[in-house]
Write a protein that binds this ligand. Sequence first.
Ligand code: MG
Length: 376
Amino acid sequence: MTVAAIIVAAGRGTRMGGGEPKQWRALAGRPVLAHAVAGLRAAGVAPIVLVLHPDDIGRADVPAGCALVPGADSRDGSVRAGLAALAVDPPAHVLIHDGARPFPGQAMVARLIAALETHPGAAPALPVTDALWRGAAGLVAGVQDRSGLFRAQTPQAFRYGAITAAHAAHPGGAADDVEVARAAGLDVAIVEGDEDNLKLTYPADFDRAERILKGRGMDIRIGNGFDVHAFCDGDHVWLCGVAVPHGRGLLGHSDADVGMHALTDAIYGALGLGDIGVHFPPSDPQWKGAPSRIFLAHAMEQVAARGYRLANCDVTLICERPKVGPHQAAMRAALAAIMGVEDTRISVKATTSERLGFTGREEGIAAMATAALVAA
Ligand code: MG
């Protein structure tokens, strides 16, 4: 079931001061909007449509991997543009989020999606806990009953067909998508929101967002991989993306690049996504003789799709021969090109097993790898 998101970030609101619209202000080194994208991705939401001011579409700091749509003059016009961009391949559900809220939490998103099983719409909110007063001329003029009052948040979640029809029927001018849905007669469930899911409006909100990020610490994920391939007849072996001349080949269903297989499994492992065999079954003839870079590139796509990036990886090849040292730089460069990272994040090294065991008897090559991922 596809759950897509539309992040509305076309506004020019500058109440934060500093000139830059708040969704583009840097928070821990990247735009507020990039945090929102990473948060939704980490919750498994894809695809993500960004509705941007036309002047912002060419910015260098636009979060990668999102569909970009120019916004309209009004908020609801921008949402309709985002819904239209999803029409070619309609998702089951769509989350409509405000680009100035950098922390849409995974648990809250899961609650919203679950609520759509029983309601056409669901929106996060928190009960009002402070006392509410009416004021006039600087004086307390009365007490407002707070029972039944909620502070509304985004993302607001809807069945895609229902909210698209509701927007098409609405005359315009709605404050948010819940208002549009209710005007069309759709029930919208109130789902527990998240105190950290703040909307950045004033400079003090920004300070609080920085404190929230610091309090979370680093989200680090580690995976390991191990692989073995036996020698067979041949005149070269593929190791970490480089064809190394050798008096033997390596036996395998694909190109038998044992180092790249160990590395790919380390990345899948860090994400909890099993191993290469799950994603590219050896029983499937289409992968026979396949270049292993397909597997590694797929694993890296999963990293980005889940809101992570590679911090570093380390591959150890275990063999008596061929000698790996002369090819180490080319291997790091080949892996860097496939993975889309700098080669300083990649290590390839080799060891013998002192002539012991199957690698020592030169029956095959073994490889082990570690990969570390951090939140993007
Ligand atoms: Mg293998």
